[in-house]
Design a protein around this ligand. Structure first.
Ligand SMILES: [Zn+2]
Length: 579
């Protein structure tokens, strides 16, 4: 019943904006938004900071929007200024609550009850965390560490001050928690999706990646896709939507990309934050044009899939690394659960948060799995991996300079005279392990991707260089070694390009509008012989080539095709095998 087949268009109205909306302004704003993106749903906020919007005023807004066919739900931002009765002088970031202060706890319960009296669905904006280290919090923490204390505290707050009281007032109310775009830090501040999934009805995902270089959170653009996929895997079927905004997007394309990736990840709602930012904003007219196109692209596309990367709950380490692989054309499917049964998987330093990871990995590889572990992971599990018999390799603790790369299996020759980059040195028993990619300088080299057979499967150790941005400067052929292992041979060679893959066999290709702004030819590979790449939008067949290469000293190969990608444009393709 909405404006699009594959998602709802949703706008958030913060309390300070709601408070100022007159009936006339509301009508003209609605007309603007409806004209451009088509408005399916609104989240109308009741509380933020020191603002509590009167029920009468909220009802006026709600009734008008509902008369226009818009679904209206509620919203709460859990921030509050100091007030009489609360203890003052606490260093609360952004006005987030001190959840041990009795007066603040009482206020939160009141806000939740108030909002549940007005709406059947409520979302919490992503200030539902705590950094409070006041005297009272230190005392209540006792001997626990902050992570443990805050996990227990926010479980109590979620149950007894937010969801419980709301459901007592309105048993029908559906409670949604929006998680911020900083997943790697959730556990430090009391965000506990592994606990809250049993308390809240649904989740929502922050996909506001903004400028990757010049904002606080330095997020790869790909997060707008991969964090939605992570949340979908964390709370299957209960991921309500993705949420982006206009801030620090210094090109219209950067703004739009957030929506593209959120939709490609199959978020059910696209939340445009926020109401007053959208009015008279040229970004919205561009969005209007593009939403129809992405909706069409997504029609019948199947279910998003990709290479599993294991990011347990409450983990951090090599943060965003898998997203950088996503920016290099490798489709990633992050999950908080060990992806047993997958043909291949990537483990990073974050995977070490699972205390049983080495036992799980041993069994997985022994039974035939292909696991790529980064040197960040390897560093933390080296001794256990050797004790388990998975490898004899070790890290020397030194870095080696690399200006030359060699893909060993292909007899592809050497890629020389590259900018010097530093990689951790992996020392291994020659012929017990085999190097698929060497990196060197001068008279020497070392393994950058090392393979070790174990049982029916294989363990690969991939050296990750110092400084993630260097990944984009590695030769494509070198990064392709990792892609080939993880995808079983069906991959895209390119950079500042993402490939989004679906179980229908469809591949969406997108080249980002960023620093190296120009068209780029990417090469798609498949292990299928005599396969032809077909453009879904035009029906055109790309000239396809037979690929011959050497692997394990035996000829192997498949097919390849080259596609010229324009920055900011979509390409949708699939492989067909001709009889
Ligand atoms: Zn406190």
């Amino acid at each position: 019943m909405g404006h699009y087949n594959n998602f709802k268009t949703v706008v958030y109205i913060p309390a300070e904006v709601a408070q100022k909306l007159t009936a006339e302004k509301l009508a003209s704003d609605w007309a603007w938004i409806e004209k451009y993106i088509g408005l399916d749903k609104v989240y109308l906020e009741t509380h933020r900071n020191n603002i509590d919007v009167p029920a009468e005023h909220l009802r006026m807004i709600r009734d008008f929007l509902e008369s226009k066919g818009v679904i209206v739900s509620g919203g709460i931002t859990t921030t509050i200024n100091d007030f009489d009765g609360a203890e003052g002088g606490k260093q609360r970031l952004f006005g987030t609550f001190c959840y041990t202060d009795p007066a603040m706890r009482a206020r939160l319960k009141e806000i939740s009850e108030y909002t549940a009296g007005l709406f059947d669905e409520i979302i919490l904006d992503d200030f539902y965390f705590t950094n409070c280290t006041c005297e009272r919090c230190i005392r209540e923490k006792g001997n626990r560490d902050w992570v443990t204390f805050r996990r227990e505290l926010m479980k109590d707050v979620s149950e007894n001050l937010v969801v419980g009281p709301a459901k007592a007032v309105n048993p029908k109310v559906r409670m949604i928690i929006k998680y911020p775009n900083w997943r790697e830090s959730y556990h430090f501040t009391g965000y506990v999706p592994e606990v809250q999934r049993d308390i809240f009805d649904a989740t929502y995902t922050g996909t506001e990646t903004r400028s990757p270089q010049y904002t606080d959170q330095h997020l790869p653009e790909y997060l707008s896709y991969s964090l939605v996929r992570y949340m979908e895997n964390a709370w299957p079927g209960r991921n309500g939507g993705g949420w982006f905004d206009t801030y620090a997007c210094w090109s219209i394309d950067r703004y739009l990309e957030q929506a593209y990736l959120t939709a490609f990840a199959q978020a059910k709602e696209l939340m445009h934050f926020q109401w007053s930012d959208l009015i008279e904003n040229p970004m919205l007219s561009a969005m209007a044009l593009q939403l129809g196109k992405i909706d069409k692209l997504m029609d019948g596309i199947g279910k998003a899939c990709g290479v599993p990367v294991y990011i347990p709950f409450a983990s951090s380490g090599e943060n965003h690394l898998e997203m950088r692989f996503g920016m290099l054309g490798l489709p990633m499917e992050p999950t908080p659960f060990f992806p047993e049964g997958a043909a291949s998987m990537l483990l990073t330093e974050s995977s070490l948060a699972d205390e049983d990871i080495v036992e799980k990995l041993e069994q997985y590889v022994r039974e035939g799995g292909n696991a790529v572990v980064t040197t960040g992971f390897f560093r933390g599990a080296e001794e256990k991996l050797r004790a388990a018999g998975l490898t004899e390799a070790r890290l020397s603790g030194r870095s080696i300079p690399v200006t030359r790369y060699q893909v060993t299996g292909d007899f592809a020759g050497f890629i020389e005279h590259r900018k010097t980059m530093f990689f951790p040195e992996i020392v291994h028993g020659n012929n017990d392990s085999w190097s698929l990619l060497n990196g060197g300088d001068g008279d020497t080299h070392s393994a950058l991707v090392l393979r070790r057979a174990y049982g029916k499967g294989r363990l690969y150790i991939a050296a990750i260089l110092d400084g993630d941005s260097g990944l984009y400067e590695m030769p494509k052929a070198a990064v392709d070694v990792i892609k080939r292992i993880l995808t079983g041979g069906e991959y895209v060679s390119g950079r500042n390009v993402s490939a989004f893959t679906y179980d229908s066999g469809r591949i969406l290709l997108y080249r980002y509008v960023k620093a190296d702004l120009r068209p780029e030819k990417v090469t798609l590979y498949t292990e299928r012989k005599k396969a032809v790449l077909v453009d879904d939008l035009t029906g055109m067949k790309y000239p396809s080539h037979e690929v011959r290469r050497w692997e394990d000293f035996r000829p192997s190969g498949g097919s390849s095709a080259e596609v010229l990608l324009q920055p900011g444009k979509f390409t949708k393709v699939h492989w067909e095998t001709e009889e």
